[in-house]
Design a protein around this ligand. Structure first.
Ligand code: PEP
Ligand code: MN
Length: 456
């Protein structure tokens, strides 16, 4: 499409820029209260002049890949922290997360017999929506933690006060994270044979014996490729994209640029942004802003979404009905997905739109344990995934991907899985500042279960 669009004149550029600022006049949710407007403006100016984090051509490539997934020819795997932190942006952490996603992707590729589009909730997943603007502990009430790009987690007034300088730190953290992700995924770390050998280690663990048969099939397939002379050098690097919730407008807007090749606006903070369940009002600031960028856009849909809400989002965000443009990430909850999803899928069939449908089996399944942890049961996560596949099977639409909160480390935040983490077990290594994540083993286990669904 882009090659048919002429590069706009300066008047047109001005009108695109003005359009990008239209959100400022609209109702907006979940933005911090910045104490110092002059300081904020200085930060925005600095960010406007900073280099883009991704190139518009990569964004176009992702749109093509997502179009294939929307049309049933590929599968999307999105994963990473609920909230990245500045302290957590270490080499080990980043490597483990990338490794986990690569391992899951190999299993899913086999299960789906299709390319798997790999995307991290990484290199920009710093801003968080909150249910309350404030948090009270004892008799003290302070602003809620909104993610490291806004304020600090420590419960003091100083730390909880929004600091615009953090936006710049967020940008630099995203840049260095992305740099390492690119190095890992292009520099040999992602070699298929290596990733496969990690997976063999997983399946050899007696706890995961039930996945042995599938793992053995994958092993045969890899050995077959080897015997048949497949070029493994070409499988040393993989495409890896970044995505995060497009939430904090003082970060997203300055990083949105007009691409010199096409004259169109691209949000260069990451390849993909999604609009959260709490900020997806049709007349709100976020939907307006993201309707104006060329990036593929996601929208989270919770269990109260009506077909009319969904249709309005399609009309606003995908008026040209372009496959790959729009992804719906459903997060219904295991108990509701079988009722709540089919009507949306049915309605989408008559819109001549091809959204990519992805399941987020995390956000509708939150619980608080007796000992006070925010957690999720692995079984509920799996049940929501199964409900997602069942709903698509019943309606005849394509279940195109999964979106999960995960870490490559051995944390104890979600209950269950074959390692059978129980409530007391949560105490040993609960590290998330926000939502509970699947740990490395739980993530791989989920990939094996999803691979089984994809084969059915
Ligand atoms: C999230 O993805 O961390 C999140 C806040 O999700 P949702 O918008 O679906 O609640
Ligand atoms: Mn979350």
């Amino acid at each position: 499409m882009t090659d048919t669009i002429a590069i706009p004149h300066s008047d047109e550029r001005r009108s695109i820029e003005q359009g990008l600022d239209a959100y400022r006049a609209l109702p907006i949710k979940q933005q911090p209260h910045w104490p110092d407007e002059a300081e904020l403006e200085r930060v925005r100016r600095e960010l406007r002049a900073a280099p883009p984090l991704v190139f518009a051509g990569e964004v176009d490539m992702l749109r093509d890949r997502l179009a294939a997934a929307a049309e049933g020819r590929a599968f999307l795997l999105q994963g990473g922290d609920c909230a990245e932190t500045f302290a957590g942006a270490t080499a080990d952490n980043i490597r483990n997360r990338v490794k986990t996603i690569l391992q899951m992707a190999v299993v899913l590729t086999y299960g789906a017999a299709m390319p798997v589009v790999k995307m991290g909730r990484m290199a920009g997943q710093f801003a968080k929506p909150r249910s309350n603007d404030h948090e009270t502990r004892g008799d003290e009430t302070l602003p809620a933690y909104r993610g490291d790009i806004v304020n600090g987690y420590d419960f003091t007034l100083d730390s909880r006060t929004a600091d615009p300088e953090r936006i710049l730190r967020g940008y630099h953290m995203a840049a260095s994270t992305l740099n390492l992700v690119r190095a890992f995924t292009q520099g040999g770390f992602a070699d298929l044979r290596q990733v496969h050998s990690w997976n063999k280690g997983f399946a050899e663990n007696p706890l995961f014996a039930r996945y042995e048969a599938l793992a053995a099939e994958i092993d045969r397939a890899v050995r077959f490729m080897e015997a048949a002379g497949a070029n493994f050098d070409e499988l040393k690097g993989v495409e890896f994209f970044t995505g995060h919730e497009g939430l904090l407008m003082d970060y997203e807007r300055p990083l949105t640029r007009i691409d010199s090749r096409t004259g169109l606006a691209y949000n260069t903070s990451s390849h993909f942004q999604w609009i959260g369940e709490r900020t997806r009002e049709i007349d709100g600031a976020h939907v307006d802003f993201f309707s104006r960028v060329r990036n593929p856009i996601g929208v989270k849909l919770g269990p109260t979404t009506t077909p009319a809400d969904m249709e309005a989002l399609v009309d606003k965000l995908d008026p040209h009905r372009e496959p790959g443009r729009l992804t719906f990430i459903t997060r219904m909850g295991a108990r509701r997905i079988r009722d709540a999803l089919p009507p949306l899928l049915e309605a989408s069939k008559s819109l001549e739109s091809t959204p990519l449908w992805v399941t987020d089996p995390m956000h509708g399944n939150g619980i608080t344990t007796q000992n006070g942890y925010k957690s999720r049961r692995f079984d509920d996560v799996v049940d929501e995934v199964r409900g997602f596949f069942a709903a698509h099977r019943a309606v005849g639409t394509f279940p195109g991907g999964i979106h999960v909160e995960l870490t490559g480390d051995d944390v104890t935040e979600c209950l269950g899985g074959s390692e059978d983490i129980d409530e007391l077990g949560l105490e040993s290594r609960y590290e998330s500042l926000c939502d509970p994540r699947l740990n490395h083993m739980q993530s791989l286990e989920l990939a094996f279960l999803v691979a089984e669904e994809l084969r059915d």
